[in-house]
Design a protein around this ligand. Structure first.
Ligand SMILES: [Fe+2]
Length: 347
């Protein structure tokens, strides 16, 4: 009788996995809960862009023979799926584009504590204090500026400095962009609504120009259309690959501890409901391995966060950066951020 029940449950779980995971996702349903040595595939809920994630998944498969089945989507959407599925989730791994939802997953108890030998690979600034998720790569917010238009001594120390009239009509930002909104979410967490709103309004009053996303800002800076703009650090190096003028642009980091000195991270966690936890932990360890960390560095110029891999040569090393202290796992209050941006006339 018990066996029959188990079979029924497994069949149901399998069907559920297929439905949720789309045509490609067919999680194997090994009868034994811990037959990890037989694991043929892992189901990864991935919020990362395929172009960056796939080389990692391919390498993992090559090294271990374990196929990565991907359920791709927006990180926040996938987090909600996991929160709904809870104990019945077919997922083994959660791979987040940004860490903002990982705190909610941790609080809901749907992700698994990782062994210290894994978490210790990552600087404590970039992982969960509870030990149930780790950062995998980092993206610093910077002010990209045109070296012909801005003197080094005039560069701002703080985000507040950008509200100075000397920057009037010279700046660009991308208020609808996800990275920008994450940054403002951190600002709301650190500085509160009143101060954040005052800054947003001051920036508008200073005539900051709107762009749809990061790349056009870097290009406009390179072409001298604006003197400087708020972006993620890696866009400059990407644009430089096929735009000569982008060598006129440079990244400026705000002062340590200022809200401008914000590093957002991608992160990874093992799903508590997984029946293949050992293999899932192996995947997390792989993502933090030297080979995988090198991929983050070369594919997207992101900051590697583990295995002693140093960042792209032209970047200020992470060890020399002291980002603003905020809870990276708790930056999912995007609705409040968008409300604040709207109220300040930025959206
Ligand atoms: Fe990006």
């Amino acid at each position: 009788m018990q066996q029959l029940l188990l079979i029924i449950v497994l069949v149901l779980l399998g069907a559920c996995g297929k439905k949720e995971g789309g045509a490609a996702a067919t999680p194997s349903t090994t009868p034994s809960a811990d037959a990890d040595s037989d694991v043929k595939e892992l189901l990864v809920y991935s919020g990362r862009k395929e172009v960056y994630a796939q080389p990692l998944f391919d390498l993992f498969e090559k090294k271990t023979g374990i196929k990565i089945v991907v359920k791709a989507g927006k990180t926040s959407g996938l987090a909600n799926v996991l929160l709904t599925e809870k104990d019945n989730s077919p997922a083994d791994v959660f791979f987040a584009q940004d860490s903002s939802n990982l705190g909610a997953l941790s609080a809901a108890g749907v992700i698994e504590a990782l062994p210290a030998e894994i978490t210790n690979l990552v600087d404590s600034r970039f992982r969960s204090a509870k030990g149930d998720w780790v950062g995998t790569s980092g993206r610093a917010r910077v002010l990209v500026y045109n070296k012909d238009m801005v003197k080094v001594e005039d560069l701002p120390k703080t985000m507040q400095d950008l509200a100075d009239p000397k920057w009037k009509g010279k700046l660009g930002w991308a208020p609808k962009n996800g990275s920008f909104q994450s940054h403002i979410t951190a600002m709301l967490q650190v500085d509160g609504l009143e101060k954040t709103t005052a800054w947003l309004k001051a920036m508008k009053a200073n005539g900051i120009a709107d762009f749809p996303k990061n790349t056009p800002i870097v290009k406009a800076v390179a072409e001298g259309k604006v003197a400087a703009g708020l972006v993620n650090h890696y866009y400059l190096y990407k644009v430089r690959k096929d735009m000569e003028e982008a060598n006129k642009a440079e990244n400026h980091f705000f002062a340590d501890g200022d809200i401008g000195m914000f590093v957002n991270i991608s992160g990874v966690a093992v799903v508590k409901a997984s029946k293949k936890k050992e293999a899932a932990k192996k995947f997390v360890a792989f993502i933090l391995s030297k080979e995988a960390q090198e991929i983050f560095k070369t594919e997207n110029f992101e900051y590697p966060l583990a295995a002693g891999v140093v960042a792209y040569e032209k970047l200020k090393p992470l060890s020399k950066i002291n980002p603003v202290k905020c809870d990276l796992g708790d930056l999912d209050k995007i609705e409040a951020t968008q409300k604040a941006l709207e109220a300040a006339g930025c959206l």
